[in-house]
Ligand binder design. Structure first.
Ligand SMILES: [Zn+2]
Length: 292
């Protein structure tokens, strides 16, 4: 194996180092794999310049926000008129809709929410539907994936759409969309049977961008994000990556623990394109792409 983890006490390999990567504790809170749930609240909001308004783009693909939903949040202090998503997630969502031939068949219902908007939705849902319903389908302020700009609620395009529980039946082009979603970096975040882990009821309408190939591995292994990050933490290291292979490309996935560290450095004896994501827990995930 061609990687070493350099600690302060220091082990340096007697070989040429071609790539030296250095990460700091702030890297933990950003990236497509951050876990946001009731135990891991948001720490850093996405920058406004990283968000794009879906309704202003490619209207032939994604039906525009109809402006009026059933079960509409009637008198929000912070009304939600635009639907924003982080740029990379938006780009991949449009590519996915195109590939599934689902143009016009899908409506975006809810994307990025600020803390103030999440508070409004939480309070409005409690007042109209009660606390039990709100706890099942709406995350507490600070603990909603929608605050990352990486989550999107989708509906089958219809004259009338329920805002909190939109209909997204897995049939026709929507079934194609769901089947292709992992290849484009998306996972169904709250599947049936995982409620005890996610603490959220089954939501066939809520998709989360985690990035490729994580989305494919999670789907193939039937793991939700909580389980996937735990597995990476327990089973991978610079010397022992999780390897994923597709179409002649090999991808190494490595969990780097930042526990009790402000900074971590890793050396590799090869130079490869890579992506980095925090976990919003105690580590970061490094993904290295190589040709086999
Ligand atoms: Zn949602």
């Amino acid at each position: 194996m061609n990687a070493t983890l350099k600690s302060r006490s220091g082990f340096f390999p007697a070989r040429t180092i071609y790539e030296h990567l250095s990460f700091c504790s702030e890297d933990i809170t950003r990236g497509s794999l951050i876990l946001v749930n009731q135990h891991h609240p948001m720490q850093t909001s996405p920058a406004a310049c990283d968000l794009v308004d879906l309704n202003n783009q490619q209207r032939d693909l994604l039906s525009p926000h109809p402006g009026k939903f059933e079960n509409q949040l009637s008198h929000l202090e912070h009304p939600i008129e635009e639907i924003y998503l982080q740029k990379q997630a938006a780009t991949m969502l449009f590519s996915l809709i195109k590939k599934a031939h689902a143009g016009g068949a899908i409506t975006a219902v809810s994307g990025y929410r600020s803390q103030a908007q999440q508070i409004s939705i939480w309070e409005d849902t409690i007042s109209r539907e009660g606390t039990d319903f709100a706890e099942k389908y709406v995350a507490r302020p600070g603990c909603s994936e929608h605050q990352t700009g990486l989550a999107i609620d989708l509906a089958k395009t219809a004259p009338s759409i329920d805002y909190i529980c939109p209909a997204f039946p897995r049939e026709g082009v929507i079934a194609s969309f769901c089947n292709l979603a992992p290849q484009f970096g998306f996972v169904l975040r709250y599947p049936s049977g995982k409620e005890a882990i996610t603490q959220i009821g089954y939501e066939p309408w809520h998709f989360r961008y985690v990035g490729f190939p994580h989305s494919v591995i999670m789907t193939n292994r039937q793991m939700v994000l909580e389980e996937y990050l735990e597995m990476l933490e327990a089973e991978t290291s610079p010397l022992k990556p999780l390897t994923y292979t597709q179409d002649g490309a090999r991808i190494d996935i490595i969990y780097l623990s930042m526990k009790n560290r402000q900074k971590i450095e890793v050396d590799f004896s090869d130079v490869l394109p890579h992506t980095l994501s925090g976990t919003n827990k105690s580590g970061i995930v490094l993904t290295r792409f190589r040709r086999s």
